[in-house]
Design a protein around this ligand. Structure first.
Ligand code: ADP
Length: 595
C-alpha cells in the first residue's frame, strides 16, 4: 500500500470535507432559495388573482368577453404578468399575450383543473403559447354552487432563474473564498498536527539507529506529548539495559582476559564464540580477530581440534593432556564440557586449557634430580660396599691392601658427605628463597672476599695458583656474608680446579651503575659455549669423569646460583675454550641500602 504523509492526508481530508460541505450547502441553499422565491412569486400571483377576481366576475356577469380580453391585456401589461381567464369548459376568454380565440382549450391544464376543483392551481411549465418557462397560479371565481371561471396569472421564470443564477454565482464566489480560507486554516492545522509527529518520527529513527541518549521533543498536543514521553522512557530503559549488558560484557571480557587459563567457546557448527587472550597466546591466534570464524581456521593444531570435536560430540565432560609442538613445546591440560541453554539444549562446547608446561618441566627436573642423586650416591656407595666386601673376604689380612682400601672407602665416604652436605645446603637455600626474609644489612665486600680467598688458599697453593683480589675497602653491599663467601669459595674452587698450575685467578668487585658486580676470572681450560646454558643446573658437569676426579659434586654452581638468587641478584658466565672463564655476580641496586 502506498504511504501518504500525514500532512497531506489531513490537509486533503479537510479540503475535501470543506468543498463537499460547501457544494452541498450551496446546492441545498440555492434550491431552498428557489423554492422560497417561487413560493413568494406564487403567493403574489395568487393575491393578484384574488384582486382580479371581482372585475372578472362583473365582466363575466355582463358577458362582455371583449372587455374581459382587454382587461387581461391592460392589467397584464401594467403588472408584467400574463393574465388568462378560462371558463369551466376550458375555453379561454381573455389573455394578456394572445388572442383567446386562437388558444387551445385549457381544461386539461393541471393548474386550471386544480382551480376548478376548488383549490389553488400552481404549476411551473413551458408555455406552448409563449415558448418559455412560466409559473402559473390559477384560482376559481367565488360562487356557491359551481365555479364560473378561472383566473390564471403567470409570470416567466426567466427573471427568477436569473436572480437564482446570480445567487448561485454569489454562493460560488463566497464558497471559493471560504474554501481558500479553510485550505489555509487546514494547512496550518495539518502542519500543527503533523510537524510534532514528524519530529517524533525523526527522533524515533535516531533511537532506532542506536542514539539511545537522544530524547524526543515534547508537544502541546496531549497525545503526542504522551507518546514522546512514553518513547523517552522506553529509550531510557533501553539505554539502561544496554549499559548493563555492556558493563556485564566488559566484566566478562575482563575476567576472561585476566584468566591464566585459556578459554575457548564454540557453537555446534564449530564457530568460535569466545576465545580469551591466554587461549589465543597458547594456540598462536589473535583473540580480537577470531570471533565468528571456524575453529579449524583459527587453530591449526590437530590434537587440539580433535579435543574440541570430542568436547562437542561427547555428552559428558572430556579431559586430556595435549602437547602443542612448536619452537618451545608446551603442555596443556584440557577440560571440555558442553554449553547448554536454560532448556538443556546443547549450544556448543566450552574448553578450558591449563598450561602445565612449567609443572611438567618441574616434574621432569624432579625426576632427573632423583635419578641424578640416586646415581651420584650409588657410585660412592657401590665403591664402599665393594671394598668393604673385599676386606671381609680376606683382604683385611693383607695390611697394605687393607690400608689402601680403607683410604678409598674414606675418600668415597667423604664424597658422600660432600654430596649430602651440598644437597642440604641447596635445600636450605631453596627454603630461604621461598620465605620472605629480613633485608640483609650492608657488609664490607673486601672483607668477605678476603675470607673466601683464605678458605681456598691451601688448595691454590697445592696447585701453585695465585689469587689476586681487587676491591675498594669502602665498598659495601647488603648481604649474608657467610652465604656470599660460600658462593665465592665455590667459584674460586672451580677456577683453581680448572686452571693449570702456575696460573693466576683474579677476584674483582666494583660498583657499576646501580649494581655491585663481583667477577671471578681464571685463565684455565674454559668451557665450550654449547655447555654454558646448562652450567648452573644441579649435577650438570661438562666432563663428568674429570669433575669426579677433582672431587666435584656437580652442585657447586647450582649452590652459587641459589645464593645469588637469595640476594636478589643474578649470575652469568663468559668463557672461551683454552683462554679461561669469567663468572660474574650482579647484586642489584634496589637491594642496596647504602654504599
Ligand atoms: P663441579 O663440582 O663438578 O665443579 P660445578 O657445579 O661447580 O660442579 O661446575 C659444573 C661444571 O662446570 C664443572 O663440572 C665444570 O665442567 C664446569 N666448570 C665450572 N667452573 C669452571 C671453570 N672455572 N673453568 C672450566 N670449567 C668450569
Amino acid at each position: 500500500m502506498r504511504n501518504i504523509r500525514l500532512f497531506w492526508r489531513l490537509f486533503s481530508s479537510y479540503l475535501w470535507i470543506t468543498v463537499v460541505a460547501l457544494v452541498f450547502v450551496a446546492w441545498s441553499g440555492s434550491s431552498v432559495l428557489r423554492d422560497f422565491y417561487l413560493d413568494q412569486v406564487a403567493r403574489e400571483l395568487e393575491n393578484g388573482a384574488y384582486l382580479c377576481r371581482p372585475e372578472v366576475a362583473s365582466l363575466l356577469a355582463s358577458d362582455d368577453l371583449e372587455a374581459m380580453d382587454r382587461l387581461c391585456k391592460s392589467l397584464g401589461k401594467a403588472t408584467q404578468t400574463r393574465i388568462t381567464v378560462i371558463l369551466p369548459s376550458g375555453k379561454v376568454v381573455g389573455d394578456t399575450e394572445e388572442d383567446p380565440r386562437r388558444m387551445d382549450n385549457h381544461r386539461d391544464r393541471p393548474e386550471v383543473a386544480e382551480a376548478l376543483a376548488g383549490g389553488v392551481g400552481r404549476v411551473t411549465r413551458t408555455s406552448d403559447t409563449v415558448r418559455e418557462e412560466l409559473l402559473y397560479v390559477a384560482v376559481g371565481l367565488e360562487r356557491h354552487d359551481a365555479i364560473p371561471a378561472v383566473v390564471r396569472l403567470a409570470v416567466p421564470l426567466t427573471e427568477v432563474n436569473r436572480t437564482l443564477r446570480s445567487v448561485r454565482v454569489h454562493f460560488l464566489v463566497v464558497g471559493a473564498l471560504a474554501a481558500g480560507f479553510v485550505a489555509i486554516v487546514s494547512l496550518w492545522v495539518s502542519r500543527r498536527i503533523s510537524r510534532p509527529l514528524e519530529h517524533l518520527e525523526t527522533g524515533a529513527r535516531r533511537l532506532a539507529g542506536g542514539e539511545l541518549d537522544h530524547r524526543l521533543d515534547t508537544s502541546d498536543i496531549a497525545e503526542i506529548a504522551a507518546l514522546a514521553d512514553a518513547m523517552n522512557q522506553m529509550a531510557e530503559q533501553w539505554a539502561d539495559r544496554v549499559r548493563t549488558i555492556l558493563r556485564q560484557q566488559n566484566e566478562q571480557a575482563a575476567m576472561l582476559s585476566s584468566m591464566v587459563e585459556g578459554v575457548l567457546a564454540v557453537d555446534n557448527a564449530g564457530t568460535v564464540i569466545t576465545l580469551n587472550e591466554s587461549c589465543a597466546a597458547l594456540v598462536g591466534a589473535e583473540a580480537a580477530k577470531v570471533k565468528g570464524r571456524k575453529v579449524h581456521e583459527v587453530i591449526r593444531k590437530p590434537d587440539l581440534l580433535r579435543f574440541v570435536e570430542s568436547a562437542l560430540s561427547s555428552p559428558s565432560p572430556v579431559e586430556g593432556d595435549l602437547e602443542i609442538a612448536g619452537a618451545t613445546s608446551r603442555w596443556l591440560h584440557a577440560y571440555g564440557t558442553t554449553l547448554d541453554d536454560a532448556e538443556g539444549r546443547q549450544l556448543g562446547a566450552l574448553i578450558v586449557f591449563h598450561d602445565v608446561t612449567q609443572l611438567r618441566r618441574l616434574e621432569m627436573v624432579r625426576r632427573d634430580f632423583v635419578a641424578n642423586v640416586s646415581h651420584e650416591l650409588r657410585t660412592p656407595i657401590t665403591s664402599i660396599k665393594g671394598f668393604v666386601e673385599t676386606l671381609l673376604d680376606g683382604a683385611l689380612d693383607d695390611k697394605a691392601s687393607a690400608t689402601r682400601f680403607l683410604e678409598i672407602i674414606h675418600r668415597q665416604a667423604n664424597r658422600l658427605d660432600a654430596i649430602i652436605e651440598d644437597l642440604l645446603m641447596l635445600s636450605r637455600l631453596e627454603k630461604a628463597a621461598d620465605e620472605p626474609a629480613e633485608p640483609f644489612s650492608p657488609d664490607a665486600v673486601a672483607e668477605m672476599l678476603r675470607a673466601a680467598v683464605e678458605m681456598c688458599q691451601n688448595r691454590a697453593a697445592e696447585n701453585r695458583i695465585s689469587i689476586e683480589v681487587a676491591c675498594e675497602e669502602t665498598l659495601t653491599v647488603p648481604m649474608n656474608a657467610q652465604l656470599l663467601e660460600q658462593a665465592i669459595v665455590n667459584l674460586l674452587d672451580n677456577a683453581i680446579k680448572y686452571s693449570s698450575p702456575g696460573a693466576t685467578v683474579r677476584v674483582e668487585a666494583a660498583r657499576e651503575a646501580d649494581e655491585v658486580v663481583i667477577r671471578v676470572r681464571d685463565h684455565g681450560c674454559g668451557i665450550e659455549s654449547r655447555y654454558l646454558p646448562r652450567l648452573f643446573e644441579r649435577f650438570y658437569r661438562v666432563d663428568r669423569a674429570r669433575s669426579r676426579e677433582l672431587g666435584g659434586t656437580g652442585l657447586g654452581l647450582a649452590i652459587v646460583k641459589h645464593i645469588i638468587l637469595v640476594h636478589g641478584g643474578s649470575v652469568d658466565v663468559e668463557s672461551t675454550v683454552g683462554q679461561g672463564s669469567t663468572f660474574t655476580i650482579h647484586l642489584p641496586a634496589a637491594k642496596l641500602t647504602n654504599s
